[in-house]
Design a protein around this ligand. Structure first.
Ligand code: NAD
Ligand code: 6OD
Length: 497
């Protein structure tokens, strides 16, 4: 079955979310349920891709490479990507509704971060490819005539894009934007938890005039489902992934067949380092955000805070007060400042860590359980923001990624100690350093083993900068011109004169 219009727009009792393949919405034989994180109500049935569906998407993407898309100049592609960004902004409220329905996050958050960044990700990479300089070298040759070399960038081909659920549109377009800007075509596999905005983007692609087959979406799960079918498909030339480290490792194995390149943005166990000389209010405000925004479901989020000993008690008290001010509630309500976790299943995982912390002897400064919610929200995946003290770096609470609204605060005495303890972890995604000592800020930023170090800020993003993780947090860098390293093949042309 295939339809041009998005069936998600129909007024069936339960909305259906279809694949988007070759410019058309398509159903599948099998479906899976999408439930709301706020109350566990069934909000949609989602088409579940078979191997044949994924194959159809990959074939469409390959055909599009040599169709009209492949013939466009960079300037024409740039115009189309601007039209996509404008299209997202024109449909801003539709994207907002869809993202909030899937994730349960507060509207105010999605309005300020998720949807605007979804549009911005197309504009920034359109600008990058428009302005990127080339490479040119002159060389001497034994006959004296010389030679010249110049480099040209060519698309890598069909890119498989595998996405997580925490910032669905933002993280998906962060990859689709540069992939299309560089002339590739994509097959996107959104998270099974958040299928809606990727599907809706198909409408915007069609309205903007993106040729069919350039942007494709297949829904489903990971192993033995759409994720695996896509990443093992021989017609996929490169795979870009955001998600858990162990999933990244499985995808890397799949990509080894055919020696295909991967770009992996993976988990973290990020530290904040708070020195006694910091701007206290800024450090508290920033750490509250880094621990609890998006209900702690941000890969860059802080799950361990090292506080210089003279400030420790004051810091713990102020962070507790801030955490206790957070209000769970309906996404639309103006005073809602924290949403639920993505699912019951994820809440079970996070609550298991809450229990483990208590068993290990942690002092629960605040939280540690599930909040009382009104009847209509009682079945949602709600959880209390939680702060612990009293555990050391060797505990699983300090070492393993939990991906919830929780953090362990630990005192430290010297700068060298804070650096060593921050680095003593398998992950290396980001760190926030809070200090007013300029020399120290630079010293610590240089010494910590991460891809992104923030000084006196957190999640402050200039999209031209390199983004990615060190150690088990990632392979490769995306952002600005760095994205071109992955989404293009750099070809050298050597001309003997
Ligand atoms: P996940 O790894 O469980 O799933 C991510 C995607 O991979 C989903 O679409 C899933 O269906 C798919 N998948 C799962 N197994 C697969 C397989 N074997 N083959 C192919 N595809 C497969 O991650 P999640 O739970 O959706 O997201 C949370 C995780 O993502 C956290 O660990 C978080 O730190 C990480 N994350 C990292 C970044 C970053 O930039 N470094 C950003 C966001 C999230
Ligand atoms: O800001 C970005 O570009 C980005 N990739 C953010 C990742 C957030 C993780 O949850």
């Amino acid at each position: 079955m295939s339809t041009t219009n998005n069936p998600a727009d129909t007024h069936a009792s339960v909305r259906q979310i279809h694949h988007f393949i070759d410019g058309q919405y398509r159903a599948s034989e099998r479906w899976f349920d999408k439930r709301s994180p706020i109350n566990h109500a069934l909000i949609a049935q989602v088409a579940q891709a078979s191997r044949a569906d994924v194959d159809a998407a990959v074939r469409a993407a390959r055909a599009a490479l040599s169709g009209p898309w492949g013939q466009l100049s960079v300037a024409q592609r740039v115009d189309l990507l601007y039209a996509v960004a404008d299209g997202i902004n024109r449909r801003f409220d539709d994207f907002l509704q869809a993202e909030v329905a899937d994730t349960g996050k507060p509207m105010s958050l999605a309005r300020h971060i998720d949807i605007p960044r979804g549009a911005a990700n197309f504009k920034i990479f359109a600008d990058v490819v428009k302005n990127v300089p080339g490479e040119y070298f002159e060389m001497t040759t034994p006959d004296g005539a010389g030679a010249i070399n110049y480099a040209m960038r060519r698309p890598v081909g069909v890119v498989g894009v595998v996405c997580p659920w925490n910032l669905p549109l933002l993280l998906m377009t962060w990859k689709v934007g540069p992939a299309l800007a560089c002339g590739n075509t994509v097959v996107v596999k959104p998270s099974e938890e958040t299928p809606q905005t990727a599907a809706l983007l198909g409408e915007v692609m069609n309205a903007a005039g993106i040729p069919r087959g350039v942007y494709n979406v297949v829904h489903g799960f990971g192993p033995d489902s759409a994720g695996e079918f896509l990443t093992t498909h021989a017609g996929v030339n490169a795979i870009t992934f955001t998600g858990e480290t162990r999933t990244g490792a499985a995808i890397m194995k799949a990509a080894a067949d055919g020696a295909r390149p991967v770009s992996l943005e993976m988990g973290g166990k990020n530290a904040a380092i708070v020195f006694a000389d910091c701007d206290f209010d800024a450090a508290i405000e920033g750490t509250l955000r880094s621990c609890f925004v998006n209900c702690g479901q941000v890969c860059l989020g802080t799950e361990r805070v090292y506080v210089e000993r003279p400030l420790f008690e004051r810091f713990v008290a102020a962070l507790k007060e801030g955490a206790e001010r957070l209000r769970p509630g309906h996404p639309e309500a103006a005073d809602t400042s924290i949403g639920p976790l993505i699912s019951q299943e994820h809440r079970n995982k996070v609550l298991a860590y809450y229990r483990k912390a208590a068993e290990l002897g942690a002092t629960v400064v605040t939280g540690g359980g599930v909040p009382q919610m009104p009847d209509d929200l009682r079945n949602g995946a709600w959880i209390q923001p939680t702060i612990w003290i009293g555990l050391g770096d060797d505990s699983p609470i300090a070492r393993e990624e939990i991906f919830g609204p929780c953090t362990l605060i630990m005192p430290f005495d010297t700068e060298a100690e804070a650096i060593a303890r921050t680095n003593d972890n398998l992950y290396g995604l980001s760190t926030a350093i809070w200090t007013n000592n300029l020399a120290r800020a630079h010293r610590v930023a240089a010494a910590i083993e991460v891809g992104i170090a923030w000084v006196n800020s957190w999640f402050l993003r200039d999209l031209r900068t390199a983004f990615g993780g060190a150690k088990q947090s990632g392979i490769g860098r995306e952002g600005g011109v760095h994205s071109l390293e992955f989404y293009t093949e750099l070809k050298n042309v050597c001309v003997k004169l």
